[in-house]
Ligand binder design. Structure first.
Ligand code: 5RP
Length: 229
């Protein structure tokens, strides 16, 4: 374990991004997530681009960053499986269950995670929680179902708002809308994910319990702590 002195959040993200290189299998294709922490990983991955075949990416933004660094990006349909998927999280609990989707990429993230044997979560320690739910749960929805689904969350005690940017609904890479749901107490993430996933109009719920992390590289004041689940 390295022992940095008073690193800020950005530096902690860079630390875990670099540490994640240890999990990249030479000669392989690596699954790559989305977000500011993953951007640090992508930048670090450039240093070993000649040792890997390339990446499967979970967003247009990550694809552009990978390609700009000369890392080939494969279509997920052309890849059978991945040894490892590396991505950040908005929250991670003591079981490796996560909330994801703050960067709007949750659907593709879940797909690439499902292709991988191992999910390595990279996060600074602010993301570690006792129980999921303080961070509003992102849910990708078919636009015509947004208000119906918002009412269903109200029935669970949650409050769902349509994610907006510049007074327009945010449109995902898949052409859909996002709800951010606050006020939920997620006592059973596996059951919650299964339940919400089968509501008509839900594309993906941003609870990753069925696709949980197998390892978390947590950036802390004491350095990178490796948590295995
Ligand atoms: C994107 C995600 C990200 O992994 C999550 O939002 C964390 O992002 P960051 O590393 O920027 O804090 O799920 O959809």
């Amino acid at each position: 374990m390295t022992t940095p002195t008073a690193l800020n959040q950005d530096e902690l993200k860079a630390l875990v991004g670099q540490a994640a290189l240890h999990y990249v299998v030479p000669g392989d294709i690596v699954g790559v997530g989305t977000g500011s922490t993953v951007n640090k990983f992508i930048d670090a991955l450039a240093s070993m681009k000649d040792q890997i075949r390339g990446a499967v990416s979970s967003s247009v933004a990550s694809t552009e960053r990978l390609k700009a660094l000369g890392i080939p990006v494969f279509d997920a349909n052309d890849v059978e499986s991945l040894a490892v998927y590396i991505d950040g999280a908005d929250e991670i609990d003591g079981h490796g269950y996560m909330i994801k989707g703050g960067g709007a990429a949750l659907t593709r993230e879940k797909i690439v995670a499902a292709m991988a044997t191992r999910f390595v979560c990279i996060a600074d320690e602010s993301k570690r929680v006792q129980a999921l739910g303080r961070f509003p749960v992102p849910v990708e929805v078919i636009p015509m179902a947004a208000q119906h689904i918002a009412r269903r969350f109200a029935g669970l005690g949650g409050s769902a708002v349509l994610r907006m940017r510049e007074e327009q609904p945010v449109v995902t890479d898949n052409g859909q809308y996002l709800l951010d749901v606050s006020g939920l107490v997620i006592q059973d993430p596996l059951a919650f994910e299964s339940e919400v996933n089968q509501w008509p109009g839900v594309v993906t719920v941003g609870v990753f319990a069925h696709q949980k992390a197998t390892v978390c590289l947590l950036g802390t004041a004491q350095g990178v702590v490796t948590l295995a689940y």
